[in-house]
Ligand binder design. Structure first.
Ligand code: PGD
Length: 765
């Protein structure tokens, strides 16, 4: 490979240094490199990079405390020694006065590839040694699924990563019902790194073998056009009704697999009562489902009849569960696969998130990949990750989570490294209010994201190109030596160096570093993987040779279909890790929690902002705020690939010509999307690839509030999270529900405010 080996969450690559900047060359192993690589060169010296440690003026002058000016104030540059003094002193004060329960270090975020400098590992190791911190559990990606799956079939890893592989799908499946699709843009990204983007070739190979795909979703491009999938343009958020309509047809036709249900499942009878309407006099038949999901009843019946007697795979994308009652489509997907009797068969049954990320459905690496040890947290306190604003706004209040009643801690200090809550959280105007509450907010960032702008102390972090690391993921066999390509930007430091310096101030420098430089850590972490390889009889090169060669291909585990195949083979010898050891169509455990928003078996639960709701009368358009195709989340929004997609500098809003016409909106117009929570501008892109009544605005445009706008600040750049609702999926999982929201759209004819998201804030230029 020419140039310096390197890696990102969206692909391995090498770097050539040119006079005019860096050139990024995709790894030759990658059959379908991601366009996201095009965002990387701009990161080296973009004006949005943070040049020096900065402190918010109000905090510097008045000291710690709640402050409305956070996010609106100017910054003052300080030297590194002064910045470290201030952070260390503030940590000392808060630990002494309030203890570790007052420090939120949950610090969610994808950070970057590279296992040693992984910002989450670094901050958690540091705060564990400092005295502990309130952590977060779960993810914004998969908050509902992570909690519901272990109750009903087994942990997420078992039914996502190690259940139905791409190879199984190509070889064995006959029909794939892709609820939420398998969008190629989502397959661009695999946490930790991905060396081969195979989704496109695998989907094509499956099509060539005659596998029939059904895309169930409001956006036609959630499966590539060349697959020729049948498109069922469902109303967003109504998949459970469709699944029930299919299930009803199966059962009333007698096509459901009674033997499978009896032998491998519990709770079918109570579910059947609900399905057939014995309890509520409402059969969940195709006509009932059609009225909710917007697809024709005869098509639902035909689909149900078509999928029986064939090897049918039900897949459920991650996006589906990122909505109110997000547990239900995942659970009902399992139940549908159980009714078909296919769980555990190669290429059949249920697969969660196959087609939702790049490393799902590939064989797992056979040895542990390098990981920085994080130590132990001295306190057990946590919040479900997406309950951030609730925690800051409601200290001391109780909340439910997965059968437990917990209490929000009283947070005085928020410490964030490697994430962008002003990207990932819902209802950003509410988050802004929440961020005024703590005494102090500290952020390590490489660029002036909105999260950095809403901090009191901002410490400039390097990007991966400015440091050495090892790229690795449990689902990808390529171990990459990530070579440093360029010098750190201005005064940026590695998170490791920042935390090492702070640890010295706080008296645990030696415990934090264990006496190792960053390079020595890389060798130490590599050696652990090398020893594991030796135990399997694989003679891996020593660290120096690995570093020189730039990469190593790790062995992978043979694909055996995991726990579901073993269970199907012998349910007594290999029970599932659920309370009953079987697939739980109804769950006594969940029933015992008494949650009306996640009852004993999967159900259609109408969303509070759905058809017929007062909100719908005023905001009749369903917004899909999905993952972007032009960047990972909010990362490198200033990069070339991301900028190329913008319309007059704003994030594109796709809208159906019918909805656009009714509002006098033409292609390329600026539109204002709004509801009671907020408003943002975007650039209209008319498209028939959406169901009418739906608009799509991807996440990730950097939040750019125009504080001079008359009512609630208008995000002039197009961040959909000013519109989304900040409510948990249910009391069970409390996951992120940001995917779907009701809005209205209008053409924006006012003077167009400049996008300032990529300018440094006042004082920081
Ligand atoms: P990123 O943009 O990846 O978003 O939320 P997440 O916070 O992960 O943010 C990572 C940040 O880390 C970037 O700002 C980057 O600059 C910084 N960073 C990178 N490397 C380093 C480093 O080495 N050191 C330091 N200090 N910083 C670094 C993503 C989250 O958003 C996710 S995972 C999902 S799935 C959700 N999806 C949706 C959705 O579908 N719909 C809505 N409405 N909202 C969502 N939000 C969620």
């Amino acid at each position: 490979m020419p140039g310096l080996a390197h890696s990102s969450h969206w692909g391995a690559f090498s770097v050539l240094l040119r006079e005019e900047g860096i050139e990024v060359i995709p790894h030759p192993r990658d059959p379908d490199p991601s366009a996201l690589l095009g965002n990387i060169p701009a990161a080296v010296s973009h004006p949005a990079r943070i040049a020096r440690p900065m402190v918010r003026r109000g905090w510097l002058e008045h000291g710690p405390g709640s402050d409305q000016r956070r996010g609106r104030d100017e910054f003052v540059p300080v030297s590194w020694p002064r910045a470290l003094d201030l952070v260390a002193e503030e940590l000392r004060r808060v630990y002494a006065a309030y203890g570790p329960r007052a420090i939120f270090g949950g610090s969610y975020g994808w950070a970057s590839a590279g296992r040693f400098h992984d910002a989450q590992s670094q901050i958690h190791r540091f705060l564990n040694l400092a005295g502990g911190y309130v952590r977060s559990v779960g993810s914004y990606s998969s908050g509902a699924a992570t909690v519901i799956l272990p109750h009903v079939i087994g942990p997420q890893g078992a039914v996502a990563g190690n259940n139905v592989s791409w190879a199984d799908l190509v070889k064995e499946s006959a029909v794939v019902l892709a609820f939420g699709g398998m969008a190629l843009k989502n397959n661009d990204v695999g946490g930790g790194g991905t060396s081969r983007h195979i989704a496109r070739e695998q989907l094509s190979a499956a099509r060539d073998r005659g596998v029939e795909f059904h895309l169930i979703g409001p956006l036609r491009d959630d499966l590539p056009a060349e697959i020729g999938a049948g498109w069922h343009p469902i109303r967003p958020g109504t998949d459970v009704a469709l699944m029930l309509g299919i299930a009803y047809t199966l059962v009333s036709d007698g096509r459901h697999d009674r033997t499978f249900l009896d032998r491998f499942c519990v709770g079918y009878e109570v579910f059947e009562d609900y399905l057939l309407g014995r309890r509520d006099a409402q059969p969940k038949d195709a006509g009932w489902a059609a009225a909710i999901c917007g697809l024709a009843a005869e098509n639902i019946i035909a689909l149900a009849r078509h999928i029986t007697g064939r090897r049918t795979l039900v897949t459920c994308s991650q996006s589906l569960q990122r909505a109110e009652h997000g547990e239900q489509p995942v659970w009902m997907g399992v139940v549908l696969a159980a009714l078909l009797g296919q769980i555990g068969l190669p290429g059949g049954g249920f697969a969660y998130a196959l087609g939702s990320t790049s490393n799902t459905g590939k064989p797992a690496v056979a040895v542990p990949v390098p990981t920085l040890p994080q130590g132990r947290n001295s306190i057990a306190d946590f919040i479900p990750v997406a309950r951030l604003s609730d925690m800051l706004l409601h200290p001391g209040e109780p909340f439910d989570y997965n059968g437990q009643q917990l209490t929000y801690p009283d947070i005085r200090l928020v410490y964030w490294a490697g994430g962008n809550p002003f990207h990932h959280h819902q209802d950003l105007n509410r988050l802004r209010r929440a961020f005024t509450r703590p005494d102090t907010v500290i952020v390590h960032e490489s660029a002036w994201t909105a999260s950095a702008r809403h901090a009191d102390i901002v410490l400039p972090a390097t990007i991966t190109l400015e440091r050495e690391d090892i790229g690795a993921a449990a689902g990808d066999p390529l171990l990459m030596a990530m070579h440093q390509a360029v010098a750190p930007y201005r005064e940026a430091h590695n998170d490791y160096d920042i935390f090492s310096g702070l640890a010295v101030h706080l008296g645990f420098g030696e415990q934090f570093t264990e006496g190792r430089s960053a390079r020595q850590w890389l060798k130490y972490l590599y050696d652990a993987t090398r020893r594991a390889l030796a135990a399997r009889g694989v003679d891996a090169p020593d660290f120096d040779r690995f570093w020189e060669e730039g990469e190593l291909i790790l062995p992978t585990l043979p694909w055996d279909g995991g726990i579901l195949r073993a269970f199907r083979h012998d349910p007594e010898a290999a029970p599932l890790p659920t309370p009953s050891g079987k697939v739980e169509i109804a769950s006594a455990t969940i029933a015992s929690f008494g949650y009306d928003d996640c009852p004993e078996h999967p159900m259609w639960l109408a969303p509070s902002e759905g058809a017929g709701s007062p909100a719908m009368a005023r905001f009749p358009i369903r917004l899909v705020a999905n993952q972007p195709a032009t960047r990972l989340h909010s990362q490198l929004d200033f990069g070339a690939t991301s900028l190329a997609s913008k319309v007059k500098g704003r994030e594109p809003v796709r809208i159906h010509p019918r909805d656009a016409g009714a509002r006098g909106i033409s292609d390329g117009d600026i539109v204002r999307l709004y509801n009671d929570r907020g408003a943002c501008l975007g650039g209209a892109v008319l498209s028939e690839a959406l169901r009418p009544g739906v608009v799509q605005l991807s996440t990730g445009a950097w939040y750019d509030p125009d504080d001079h706008a008359s009512d609630e600040p208008l995000c002039v750049h197009g961040n959909p999270n000013v519109l989304t609702r900040d409510v948990g999926t249910s009391r069970l999982a409390q996951g992120c529900s940001g995917q779907l929201t009701l809005v209205e759209a209008e053409r924006y004819d006012g003077p167009l405010p400049r996008v300032k998201a990529f300018d440094p804030p006042p004082g920081a230029a």
